[in-house]
Ligand binder design. Structure first.
Ligand code: GRF
Length: 214
């Protein structure tokens, strides 16, 4: 996982992985020495590394990923663009979670609180969370999973962010488990992760979220 901040999505994914999960979190990389996600990882016995603050050192990042034999890279609250060389080397195997319904409210500068401020300023009544494949353009690659969240009267950026975050904590594990399960079986990313226009289907049931790969 790549993360720049507190790491609640890292924690949610870690806690959601069943003992027989088809993958495990092997490494956390941050561009900030002081990111609390690093402490969370270390406390769980997971390797934690940092790269330069600007996140542009492709060799350092790729070196860490290779050293830990990483098959799937997951961005959660990672505030830097993944270097093109890393995107190319892990093509179709880099996912990001974004706290809005892409392609709206994404792109350069649209991160953290700013996303929710823009959503509220626009007057839309529905926001949500999106998991998508990372390509060379910010918040742009194929969408693999989305979940809507209502905007309520009186919402502030903080109350909306909290409501969206609850959904992120469920959507991200569902999408990752589906992707890892597929890759374990077929030794390659599902087509949904490498081709635009194909999607995971995430649906609600009395058992919670279900994520299917088509
Ligand atoms: C999440 O809302 C994520 O979608 C966004 O940044 C936030 C990170 O939260 N990109 P955390 O570090 O996982 O707690």
């Amino acid at each position: 996982m790549l993360a720049s901040g507190r790491g609640s999505n890292f924690q949610a994914l870690h806690d959601a992985l069943p003992p027989d999960a088809p993958g495990r979190i092997a490494l956390v990389v941050s561009n900030r020495d002081d990111a609390s996600v690093l402490e969370r990882a270390k406390a769980l016995g997971i390797a934690a590394k940092t790269i330069g603050r600007d996140g542009t050192d492709a060799d350092a990042l790729a070196g860490h990923l290779r050293a830990h034999d990483i098959g799937l890279v997951v961005l959660a609250g990672y505030l830097k663009r993944v270097p093109d060389a890393v995107v190319a080397a892990w093509r179709g195997r880099v996912l990001n979670i974004h706290p809005a319904l892409l392609p709206a409210f994404g792109g350069p500068g649209m991160y953290g609180r700013r996303v929710h401020e823009a959503v509220l300023a626009s007057g839309v009544r529905i926001s949500g969370a999106t998991v998508h494949v990372v390509d060379e353009v910010y918040d742009h690659g194929p969408i693999v999973a989305q979940w809507p969240v209502p905007v309520m009267d009186g919402d502030t950026p903080d109350t909306l962010a909290a409501r969206v975050l609850e959904v992120e904590h469920r959507l991200l594990p569902a999408a990752i488990l589906a992707a890892c399960g597929h890759m374990t079986r077929y030794a390659e990313p599902p087509r949904a992760l490498s081709a635009a226009g194909e999607h995971f289907t995430i649906s609600a049931s009395s058992k919670g979220l279900q994520c299917l790969v088509r």
